[in-house]
Design a protein around this ligand. Sequence first.
Ligand SMILES: NC(=O)c1ccc[n+]([C@@H]2O[C@H](COP(=O)([O-])OP(=O)(O)OC[C@H]3O[C@@H](n4cnc5c(N)ncnc54)[C@H](OP(=O)(O)O)[C@@H]3O)[C@@H](O)[C@H]2O)c1
Length: 362
Amino acid sequence: MYRFGDMPEVMKDIYHNNIRHMPFIAQMALATIAAFGMPILLPVLIFFACFALPLRIFNKLLSGSYKGTQRLDGKTVLITGPESGIGFEVAVNLARRGARLILACYKASDARATEAKIRELSGNDKIVSKNFDQSDMRSVRQLADELNREEEKIDILINNAGIQAWEQVVSTTDDGLEYQMAVNYFGAFLLTNLIIDLLKRAAPSRIINYGSVVHWRARELDIDNLNFQKGGAGYFKIYGTSKLCVMLFTRELARRLQGTGVVANVLHPGLTDTPTYDRPQPFWFRVVNWLPRKLLFKTPEEGAQTTIYLAVAPEAEHMSGQYFTDCSPASSSKLSQDPAMAKRLWDKSAELVGLRDNERKI
Ligand SMILES: NC(=O)c1ccc[n+]([C@@H]2O[C@H](COP(=O)([O-])OP(=O)(O)OC[C@H]3O[C@@H](n4cnc5c(N)ncnc54)[C@H](OP(=O)(O)O)[C@@H]3O)[C@@H](O)[C@H]2O)c1
């Protein structure tokens, strides 16, 4: 039995044994009722009823979807980060089109379980999985070595793996790279360089990279401070910078690959409700982000459409160095289109990831 003086303990007990396990929406509703009671909750419920559905329909109409029915029989697709979110939906879709898939899953995840799920949903058993860590350049090298040893060609490379690391602002990996930069940019840069012969052998072939609308947040790029060693950057700036680097990388990659039959494009999938937003975040952000996430963000299947378009649409075989969103070319920041900056970034990145002379094939 609790006494009145035990109130803080009672609250903790209720939280840990009951509320903690409820979905976030239920926690929010309970907190609102506890704090303000019905007079506040009622208008909130009315707001949901009046606006949620129309907003969702409006959003659905705006987001591009790809209707093409092209098959990918005989094609090999390498996709990184296929365990969840957009990558998972892309993998299922391409498997249904008959592609042979290589799933490059995060080292801590159950790659076999992802493989089994995609086999089951697609009815395609030409699927293999591997584990790696895109933040660790040694692990990226191991994956590339295996692929170069085992594969004859790769027709489509989808560099999907990425994070939004709220909890890891300016943290340095063993390679001396900033963690979020390493996962979102340096790892994909190194992997692409190391397996480029496989893509050239498959030409016409395609490379698809993931930028983000948040690249606009990076208004400058200090080539001598790519790992934020001089400090002064928060999560959002680092994330934006990592995506700006992917955009510049894609531009320079496309330029260098001209005439090889390998095209490279970059996309923003649209704000999409995926597990990336379940990573540890400040409480205020979860609260502010929750409503837009549920009302306005795309579903993972909708977020996958631009990738599917770039992977299978016949016309995408001839486009290179472009930025896409909603299955159409989109405008990007002036900085992301700066050819001189793209070249400087390439040279510096090659140095930072330790690309050897005999590996510089692009
Ligand atoms: N969702 C959006 O609103 C949005 C907007 C713009 C751009 N994007 C980009 O879209 C891509 C897919 O994101 P998503 O939203 O689908 O998020 P997600 O569901 O979290 O998918 C990201 C994938 O990357 C994997 N990954 C994370 N760290 C890795 C590492 N060190 N090595 C290898 N794999 C790693 C994750 O594996 P685990 O699940 O095992 O951690 C996961 O499978 C990302 O590049 C993201 O930046 C997303």
